[in-house]
Structure formats: C-alpha cells, structure tokens
Design a protein around this ligand. Structure first.
Ligand code: ADP
Ligand code: MG
Length: 494
C-alpha cells in the first residue's frame, strides 16, 4: 500500500484586539446508515415516503413491543470503523438515553454510551496537495434517529412524522484536533467521501443523512490548554459549518478579551442572520439517566465477521490517490479530483489504462468533468463513455486528428453520440498529413500575400501569421507541425 507524504497545515489564526487566537474544533457527525430497514425494526427507511407510513409498532413504541437488532446495520458500523482505521469493540452495549420530545414516542433513545461498537481511529483531512491534518476519531456508536416535528404546515398546530424514527445512525466523534473552519468542512467532506466509498452512508446532506454537531473553543495562539467550548447543533451544510465556526470563534474571543468567561452551552446557527444563538445550557450525561437497555443483550461480534468485512473493503480514497499518482504519473492535485467519487476514478482508469495517463487525466477532468459540471451532471449521466473517450485519445495519439479537432469531435460525441473513428471518417475530420496538399496550401497563401512574405523573411517571428492562414485554409485539419515546417522552408527562414 502506497502512501503520499504530507505535512500538517498551520492552524487558522484570528487576530483579536489584544492578541492572536487559535480555534479548536471537535465534531460529532451523525451519519444515517445506508440500510433498507431500521436499527431495531423491519420498517422501511425510504426517504420522502408519505408521512407516518414507514412506522412499525416498535417505532411507534406501542406497549410490549421489543427491539430486534438489525445485523446489517451492525455490519455497516463495523465497515465504517475499519474504513476509518479504527479498533472494533467485539462487545458493546446499548443504553437508554432518556429525554422527552414529541417526535420520540419511546421517551428515550437507544444509543451506546460507555461501550460503543467502534473505538479509536483516524482520518486524514486533505487541505492542499501534500498538506493534511490528521484528525483522531474517539469513537463511533450506533443509535436510533428521532422523528421529525413539522412546525410550518399550519399556523396553529405542529405535526409529527415518525418515518425517520428508529433509523440507524452512526455517531462519529472526533478528538478536538481540527484547527479552523475550512478544516472542519473538509473533515466532513472526507468522512462523507470515505463512507460513500464504503457504501455505509449516502452522505446526502439535504436529506439529512449527514449532520454535524460542531464543538468550538478558542485559546491564545501558542497556548497548550483548551478553552471552554460551545456546541453548535445540527449543521447540514459545509458552508454553514464554516460560517458558524467563524462567527462563534469571534464571539468567544470578544467575550474573553473583554475579561468575561465563555459559558459551556448548546447553540444553534441561524444562517439568515449569520449568527449562533443560545439554545440551552449544556446537558450532562447524568441528565439523561443513561442505563443499559433491559430489552437488549450486550452486542457481541464474532471476530470472523470483522475479518470478512475487512476482506471486503474497497480501495479507499487515500490509497487510491497514492496509487493513481504513481501508476499514471499524474499530479496529486489531479488525483485528488479523480478520487472524489469512486465512479470518477473508475472512469479515469478505464480511459487511462494503456494510454498516456497525464493526457487522460487532462481530458477526463477538464473536458469531460468540465462539460458535465456545466449541466450539473455526474459521471453516471455522462453521455460519453470511457470507451468513446479512449477512442478520441487514440485518434490524437496516432496523429489522425489534431488536439483542436479532437475538441470538436468530443463535442459531437457528447451531444450526438456515435463511434469517434466513424465520425472522423464520415465527416472528413482526419488531419491532413499529406505534405503535397499542405505544400499547395502554403504556396497559395504566400503567393497571395507577397508583402507579408517579405516582412516575414526580414523578421522570422512573423511566419506564424502564415501558419495561421494555412490552418484556416485547410479547415484546421492540416498537421500544425507540418505546416510550420513547410512555411519556414518556403520562406527560407529558421
Ligand atoms: P460530551 O461528553 O460532553 O459530549 P465529549 O468529551 O464527548 O463531551 O466531546 C464531545 C466533542 O467535543 C468531541 O468531538 C470533542 O472532540 C469535542 N471537544 C471536547 N473538548 C473540546 C474543546 N475544548 N474545544 C473544542 N472541542 C472540544
Ligand atoms: Mg459526547
């Protein structure tokens, strides 16, 4: 397994009135487990279903119902743990976390407290080629999601939709290793990327499949101690995460520089006003009266299961990036773009195999992704297949078409489809390499412009004008190198 070397980025510094400050961030990311049914019931997890249609008697907390653990969700948590290079705890315990909320009919959430299923791991957060922050993972525990209260459908009433109640969540808790708003957003992006590779969470932030609680504190630059933190709840956009951290850090700095103290509390970010607001004072573990759920036995995982999952792990983004750099000679920057999604990297490799890797990366990233982005499409919707793009590169490689014609050809394949070589034949796009034909065109242009020819003989730099004219006369199909050589020869310049 290859690894790229990297150095850690500088922490983000905020200048206060009295000195420089550093931001310290730790995150609790809630990732919905990609699974067909819920953590303790067989009800569907389908997003966007009619309200209250995906609710079993267990989810509705009818008296006497018993939870039954969904083995697939456990396997997904193990898979996520292994993907984050974490220790798997073969024995973990489900606890009841007691609180009241209208969309929580049980009156408690089944979660894991002292004994989570996944222990310590780590994530490399890429900030630039060769620059990455290592963020340690403290734990991942499995827990139930709550339902949704709907407050904006009626002026006088609120509604409850229990479809999400009981869906499996993985709470991924980081150590306070993140040092700035951009790092925080990149951390979430990296987690999302890894889980999408693993197929354990779809990472859809609009649908709420990925939400983050962000813990923020500040300390004087260079200080080793941590300050008091505030937790900003339920962030579901990378942009808002950054804005909220920036606002919150400045708020805390202003308090501290004024001689005050930061009160540990839970806050909410209001994107319309661009500020965080106090929601409630910080709740402590004892407020929840945690105790082991008497309906559930401790969760014991067979070592063989862990090994089976480990063996089935795909190549993950960091390793894929390192391999693409060495195997295809592409830049780390290009490799990072290509591995953003597994399907993108697969497409690139299908094009690059047996061809010039740099050229393939250039065409896949700049031409294809560029074109797809314009229409808001992903690689899955690409009208150009890897075989078609590969055929275009082969036509360039053999000198049958110029790079410029190749772009026209790409556009034809993109909009109309078709086999590239057949299109080149049918539309006469083949590059003219026949020197006789090019020579005739050069002679014609020189004869028609005797004064320009004289100038070019006196000042050879002007010969380029003739090259341009000949290219125009041949509809861009003449081989540019051949034209250049012939123009120079005819004019007798170097
Ligand atoms: P609690 O049990 O109160 O939720 P944890 O110790 O589990 O607290 O920490 C919750 C999150 O807060 C973790 O992601 C952790 O990294 C982060 N965190 C802890 N201390 C700080 C701090 N001083 N500044 C920023 N984040 C912190
Ligand atoms: Mg915690």
């Amino acid at each position: 397994m290859t690894e790229l070397s990297y150095r850690e980025p500088e922490p983000k510094i905020i200048a206060g009135v009295k000195g420089d400050w550093e931001i310290v961030i730790g995150m609790e990311v809630h990732a919905q487990v990609q699974a067909k049914s819920k953590l303790f019931s067989g009800a569907s997890t389908q997003f966007g279903a009619e309200p209250n249609t995906n609710v079993s008697l267990v989810d509705a907390a009818m008296p006497g119902m018993l939870p039954v653990i969904n083995a697939f969700c456990v396997e997904q948590a193990v898979r996520t743990g292994l993907g984050l290079k974490a220790a798997i705890n073969l024995r973990s315990v489900f606890d009841r976390k007691n609180y009241f909320y209208p969309d929580l009919p049980q009156g408690y959430q089944i979660s894991q407290y002292k004994h989570p299923v996944v222990g310590e791991g780590e994530v490399l957060v890429d900030m630039a080629p060769g620059v990455a922050r290592k963020v340690r993972i403290e734990r991942i525990h499995l827990e139930q999601d709550a339902g949704k209260s709907v407050h904006d459908m009626d002026p006088a009433m609120s509604f409850v939709d229990l479809n999400r109640t009981g869906c499996a969540l993985m709470e991924i808790v980081s150590m306070p290793d993140i040092r700035g708003p951009e790092e925080a957003a990149e951390y979430v992006r990296k987690l999302r990327q890894i889980m999408r590779y693993l197929g354990t969470c779809d990472g859809n932030m609009q649908e709420g499949s990925l939400r983050a609680d962000v813990n923020v504190s500040v300390r004087p630059k260079g200080s080793r101690e941590f300050g008091t933190r505030c937790e900003i709840k339920n962030m579901n956009s990378m942009r808002f995460i950054q804005q909220a951290i920036d606002y919150e850090a400045r708020r805390q700095i202003a308090i501290l520089e004024d001689g005050g103290t930061v009160v540990q509390e839970t806050r909410l970010y209001d994107p319309n006003r661009g500020e965080t607001r106090s929601m409630r004072s910080k709740e402590e573990a004892h407020d929840y009266r945690y105790f082991p759920d008497p309906d559930l036995l401790p969760l014991e995982i067979e070592p063989a299961l862990v090994e089976r999952v480990r063996d089935s792990l795909p190549e993950l983004p960091d390793e894929k990036k390192a391999r693409l750099v060495t195997a295809y000679g592409i830049t780390e920057y290009d490799a990072a773009v290509l591995v953003a999604e597994r399907a993108n990297a697969d497409f690139f490799e299908a094009v690059a195999k047996g061809r010039d890797g740099k050229q393939a990366a250039n065409w896949v990233i700049n031409e294809l992704f560029g074109r797809l982005n314009k229409e808001g499409h992903g690689i899955g919707e690409s009208p150009v297949s890897a075989v078609q793009l590969g055929a275009i590169l082969d036509l360039i490689g053999s000198g049958e078409i110029s790079g410029k014609i190749a772009k026209d050809l790409f556009e034809i394949v993109y909009t109309e489809g078709g086999e590239p070589r057949a299109i080149v034949e049918a539309r006469g796009m083949r590059q003219v390499t026949d020197t006789g034909a090019i020579e005739a065109a050069v002679d014609e242009v020189i004869a028609a412009n005797p004064d320009k020819a004289e100038q070019a003989i006196a000042k050879p730099a002007l010969a380029g004008w003739f090259v341009g004219q000949v290219m125009k006369a041949t509809g861009g199909k003449a081989n540019p190198q051949a034209v250049q050589a012939l123009v120079k020869a005819k004019l007798g310049v170097e």
